[in-house]
Each structure stands twice: as structure tokens, then as C-alpha cells.
Design a protein around this ligand. Sequence first.
Ligand code: NAD
Length: 516
Amino acid sequence: DGHPPFKNDAMIDFTIPECRTAFPAAIAKIRETAGGRIPLFINGKDVQTDDVIPTTNPADYSEKLADVCQAGTAEIDAALEAADTAFQTWRDTPAKERAECLMRAAELARERQYELSAWQVLEIGKQWDQAYHDVGEGIDFLEYYAREMLRLDKPRRMGRAPGEHNQLFYQPKGVAAVISPWNFPFAIAIGMCSAAIVTGNPVVFKPASIASRVGYNLVEIFREAGLPDGVFNYCPGRSSVMGDYLIEHPKVSMICFTGSMEVGLRIQNKASVVQPGQMQCKRVIAEMGGKNAIIIDDDADLDEAVLHVIYSAFAFQGQKCSACSRVIVLDPIYDRFIERLVHACGDIKIGRSENPENYMGPLADVSCQKTVLDYIKIAEEEGTILLKREDIPAEGAYAPLTIVGDIKPEHRIAQEEIFGPVLAVMRASTFDEALDIANGTRFALTGGVFSRSPEHLEQARREFRVGNLYLNRNNTGALVERQPFGGFKMSGVGSKTGGPDYLIQFLDPRVVTENT
Ligand code: NAD
């Protein structure tokens, strides 16, 4: 198809001086444009509303990044109407042309990678490298799904019966509602939107409220990439006003959601009820939460394990669906591991993410802060606090990095997703018991094992039942194509993002048989 093979966007290297100077420059540049009003984008046009919500910097609430117009039900009607109209031509637009739009979008994102990253630093308190790699993942999704669509575009001859020709091919499903979380506000949002768009399904996109300025980056990119009117519509809004309305709307053919289990289950429930005028069963793809564990075997390399557990649990303040929130340590090594972990975490620098010397920053929003502080209270009741870093800025959405020991499998701290810098430590007397504990939640997203025993690593491959398992490395940062990402059980329904089965979900297969 004339495209070079897929290659992941390169990791940023801060030993290169230009990479270090580019960030403050990009942050200063976007600050100049910040604070204005962000319209909706429907049918290729900006749409203003009276209802706006400000989006602010969680390190300093006085810094407003934008006033974001909010879609009500009338705007959702208009967006779905536009998407439905666009579908009539977009469905038959050659896959190659649709893929080219994604390639152009990837190019635009690459040109602006620092500025796109800077918005995340300011809007949700992401660290420089974390933000840069979020944008890099978004670029990867665009590049990968473009190529995947070209692969799927070839009709397949089925069987070899004489006198008969059977052909299998795919068609798009219809209008997609895309609902994204705030924690990978560019990557996940553009990943879901681009998958829908390249397969021929126009999108009505609702970003997470607290990351809607980053969500607007998609408008800036897709508009310039030259998508026809109505193929991509940006509709931030209050879930209480337009959430159910969008899900239940008869014009919606599929819902592509990433977020919490609670909201994901609600969406599946609402989407299953057939509405007057609805012509098809809605497909729901819902990527949901995790309660991810890392097992530390008694022969683990502790230098490695401590470092990787810290990164898995506390990078971006633990606000990743893949983050480690339970560490299960084999008895003989328990005290040594904990001592080193707690000691190392005592030194972690916490403060504004704008300053690259800080390893941890504020939580993404005051609401996230409240949830995490409530869970720390529960941790104090259920277990023994081994570390609680209260030396954090008083202003802004900070929460103490917390490590809690003596947590038992039935504790809430061992079962519920906290989504913050709170790590539960659990003790196991055998590797079998460690696996039982690891598998003993409703979730099945990521997991990790540190061990030098080939038998234990082999056993973990078979019996540690999660979507993405990592052996002797951290358990976050899955890369498009190399580590297709996603879980099962209550961690979600749907096939892995950034993998070969993802786009199929946006398509309906057809077979034509001709008697020859
Ligand atoms: P959330 O569930 O609170 O919100 C996700 C999105 O759903 C937001 O856009 C929100 O506005 C919207 N929403 C909320 N109520 C709705 C309703 N009634 N109808 C329609 N839309 C509604 O999640 P969050 O706090 O934004 O993100 C964190 C969660 O996302 C965590 O649970 C995390 O594990 C999960 N997550 C999962 C993956 C994955 O790939 N499995 C990736 C990232 C995040």
C-alpha cells in the first residue's frame, strides 16, 4: 500500500538538550492561548452553547485553561443527525482514503507533539515524559489502525467448492458514540475515534469533563486532516444531562467506552434496551478498571523489583488502568522487600508536574483527590500504614503517596479500584497462594511477576489470568502492536486495543455466494 511497516513512536530522550528545552517552550506557548472559550464541533462547524464548564490546572485551580461549551440533548440530536448523514457517503469512501486521513492526522500530531503534551501537563498534571508518550501512543493508534484497515479491506474467498464463489467482506456498522476517560486523554480518545472513523463509522465524541481541553486537540487535528463534515463531532457535556440520552439514542449503532466499571456496566445495561425507531442491536465495547497485582517471588531480583513496582504503582500518581495497586510478596523476602520499597518511596519528589524534577504530581482533579483521600482512610482502618507522604503541597489536588501493609484478600483496599497513589502490600506463603490472591478479584487487566524461577514464570503464564501479564518488568506502558492491550472479567468487554482483532468490532461481516 506504499506505507512503510508500522513502527512505534520513539520514546523521548531527555539527555538530548532540545527535548529538555522544548517542554517549557511548549508550555509557555499554550499558556498564551489558554483560558478562552471552546465550542462544540458539529457537522464541520463550531457550535457555541450558553452552558459552559471551566477546566483548570489541578496544581493551581486559579489557572483556567478553557471554558468548555456543553452539549445538551439538542446538540446531541444535531451531532447524531450529522453523523448519520455523513455515514451515507463515508461508508462507501474507499478504505484507502479513510486510512490516508488517519495518516495525515498522525503527521499533524507528530509535528505538534510537544504542544499536545503540554496541554496534558497543565490540564491533568501529567509529567513531561508521561504526556509525551500518551501523545506518542495516540500517533501509534492512528498509524496502526490505518494499516489494519487496509489489511481488512481485501475481500476473502472462502472455500474451494466447484461451481460456487464465496466472498467474505466487511461493512461499517453505523454511527459510533465514543466516550473516553481523562487519564489517557489523547491516546485513548483518538484511538477509539480513529478506529471507528477508519472503519467507516462517523463519531460523536464525548471527552471526560476534566480533560475536555485535551479532547479539543482531536478537533484541531481531525479538522486539519480533512475529514468530511459530520464524520467527527466533538460533544463534551454533562453526563447527567446527555449521557443516557446519547447511549439510548436509536441512531447510535455502537458505543465505544473506556472508563470505570460502574459507568461501563451502566452503559451496557442502557444500550441493551431497544428504543422506538431503533433498527439494530447496539454493540458495546467497554474497557474498564483494574486491580492489578505484582507478585514478588522469594528469589526475585530486588533491585529490579523495587524500581519497577514504584514505577507501576506511582507513575502519573497511580492513575492508570494498568497501574499496580497490590504487591503480593512471598514470605521469606517480605521484610527485605518492604524495607527497601518504603525507603525508596520516602525519597520520591512530589510537586507540580510542570517541573521535571518531580516524579509525582497532583491528582487530575479535586474529585479524584477526594476519592483517594477517602480510600486512604479505609486503608488506615483495614491495614497498617507503612508510609504516608504528607510532605506534599497544601494547595492543589495532591494526595499522599501511601503504602499499606497487612492487607487481606477480603479487604476493600484489596478489591476496589482506587485510582491513585495507594499501594496495598499482601503476604503469601507459597507461589500458588500468591497466584490465588492475584486472581482473586473481579478484575483481570494487568499483572506482573518478579521471579528467577523458570517454573514459576511458566506457571504464571498459564495461571495468572489477566489480559496483559508482564514478567520481570513493570506492568504499565503497553505499546501499540507489540502489546495489544485490554482485559476481561469486570475489566471489560471487547478485544484488545492496538491489536489485530480490534477493528473487526467496528464492522459487520457479509458473505456473498454466487452460483457460477
Ligand atoms: P469514568 O467511568 O468516571 O468516566 C469515563 C467517561 O464516561 C467520561 O467521559 C465520563 O464523563 C463518562 N460518563 C460518566 N457517566 C456517564 C453516563 N451515565 N453516561 C455516559 N457517559 C458517562 O472514568 P474516568 O474517571 O474518566 O477514568 C478512570 C477509569 O477508567 C478507571 O476505572 C480506569 O481503570 C479506567 N480505564 C480503563 C482503561 C482500559 O483500557 N481498560 C484505560 C484507561 C482508563
